[in-house]
Design a protein around this ligand. Structure first.
Ligand code: EPZ
Length: 449
């Protein structure tokens, strides 16, 4: 019985791969696509960065708060954005993209409904509708997200925050069921900094009666962007961008337009790609202020970093230098750059130590990097990376969004060919990454196997 590539995922020698259509094709087609990379090219040139996925997702959820029409620009064409718009359509929210990253959203006729497990399990950020549904309709039924590739992803802080605002919250058959006739302002102090919980509580507090104070609020630029958007809809918020937010609940909110901030993680990924290949790359349409910690580590790795108004250029050393890095809430080194830096440091001169203080087990990319010849030891939430002179290309499997980016980076420098499968993970958070890397001289292509 002949087993074709579809079943094994591995092509027979010599058979010709078909060029795959664009990522926005049917999800089935995308799930069988792979990215093939011929390593060894130094990346050179300029690459435009798209709008931020993690700012877009909560801002889209916030359109449930005030009925009306919203116009957004610099919205990235990503699977996760499509998933959020699909989720919102279940609540009667209509949307229409234009062909240059513009997006119209109409929540005039939004009605309450359930955020179903089938959708929420594919994207944890779906839980962002909890606060807006509670705020607008007085009740919400949102599936618990379940775990992700690297372990449990609790939402207890979201739930505790809603309860502090006066909501009754039960967990029924895997769903968060929250009810509250009138949300009331409260003093909420998060024991740990949580991007999602801060965003959810911000949106619920936007229409709560009275004042809400959030202590230890997340300061990520994406949450600052959400707060600024809420202010533009009529919410009074003091301390935007700081760990202490004071929200003055508004009786009436109105729609507003917004331009999405640049995606700092996409930018950081391209800068890391420049360094791992020994290249010279300028990322444009970026907000350099959002990348301070990443610039510091790139310089520590031996790169020259030239910061412009809305761009940054990185010139790589012949070989990256080893370093120690620990992730931390913003403005610390982002956990979403941890996997990419592990790929970079796997070819550095010397031994590096990478600690992820945000997620204890965000290391699913380690086993795949080891297949490419990386020498990595993991103990708890710390990885020790002994830099090797070179990696060797092999078939590898993406396990989550940033792990897939790490495998692409490793493939750019590995000898011969690296084939990354399950790249639907990649399409969740990177817009046309293979085309952008081709533009920098990489020998990379998307193929259907
Ligand atoms: C956001 O996820 C990002 N996602 C993640 O980016 C990012 O890794 C993460 O923040 C940390 O920066 C979006 O913005 C859509 P958290 P979120 O709540 O909000 C624990 C990517 O690659 N926690 O800040 O889910 C949690 O387990 C994605 O774009 C609780 O214990 O992260 C983690 O250890 C991956 N209880 C820590 O807090 C809760 O109720 C930080 O998580 C919530 C979180």
């Amino acid at each position: 019985m002949s087993v074709d590539a579809k079943q094994t995922g591995i092509r027979k020698k010599g058979s010709k791969a078909q060029p795959a259509p664009k990522a926005e094709d049917t999800s089935e087609a995308v799930s069988m696509d792979e990215v093939w990379i011929e390593g060894g090219r130094k990346l050179r040139g300029s690459v435009p960065v798209s709008g931020s996925k993690n700012a877009t997702l909560p801002i889209l959820a916030a359109t449930l708060l005030a009925p009306g029409i919203y116009r957004f620009t610099n919205v990235p064409n990503l699977k996760d954005v499509s998933t959020m718009l699909e989720l919102l359509s279940l609540f009667g929210v209509r949307s229409k993209r234009d062909d240059d990253h513009g997006l119209f959203v109409d929540s005039t006729n939004a009605r309450n409904a359930e955020a179903p497990y089938e959708l929420v399990k594919t994207m944890r950020a779906s839980v962002y509708v909890l606060g807006p549904l509670l705020a607008r309709f007085g009740e919400a039924r949102v599936s618990l997200p379940g775990g992700c590739a690297w372990g449990p992803r609790p939402v207890d802080l979201h739930i505790k925050g809603m309860q502090k605002l006066g909501a009754e919250v039960e967990i029924e058959h895997g769903y968060i069921v929250a009810r509250c006739d009138k949300l009331r302002g409260s003093h909420i102090s998060f024991e740990i900094s949580s991007v999602g919980a801060t965003g959810n509580i911000l949106m619920a507090a936007a229409v709560a009666e009275g004042e809400t104070v959030i202590e230890n609020a997340a300061c990520e630029p994406e949450i600052e962007a959400l707060a600024q958007f809420l202010v533009s809809t009529g919410v009074g918020i003091d301390g935007v961008g700081t760990p202490r937010l004071t929200i003055h609940g508004a009786r009436h909110l109105h729609p507003a337009d917004a331009a999405m901030i640049p995606d700092r993680i996409e930018a950081g990924t391209f800068l890391a790609a420049a360094v791992i290949t020994g290249g010279d790359v300028e990322a444009t349409n970026v907000e350099p202020d959002h990348l301070g910690a990443v610039f510091g580590k790139l310089e520590e790795a031996g790169a020259e970093v030239y910061v412009g108004e809305r761009s940054v250029r990185v010139r790589a050393p012949d070989r990256p230098q080893a370093l120690r890095v620990a992730t931390a809430p913003y403005p610390g080194f982002p956990t979403d750059m941890q996997a990419q830096f592990m790929a970079l440091l796997s070819v550095a001169g010397g031994t590096s130590v990478i600690t992820d203080t945000i997620y204890q087990d965000r290391f699913t990319h380690v086993a795949e990097l080891q297949r490419l010849g990386a020498d990595i030891r993991v103990e708890g939430n710390t990885a020790t990376v002994h830099g090797v002179p070179s990696l060797s290309g092999a078939p590898v499997m993406a396990t989550d969004l940033r792990a897939s980016a790490a495998l692409i980076l490793a493939g750019l420098v590995a000898q011969k060919e690296t084939r990354v499968s399950r790249i639907y993970h990649l399409d969740r958070g990177y817009e046309r990454i293979e085309e952008k890397l081709q533009g920098l001289g990489a020998a990379i292509r998307r193929v259907r196997v």
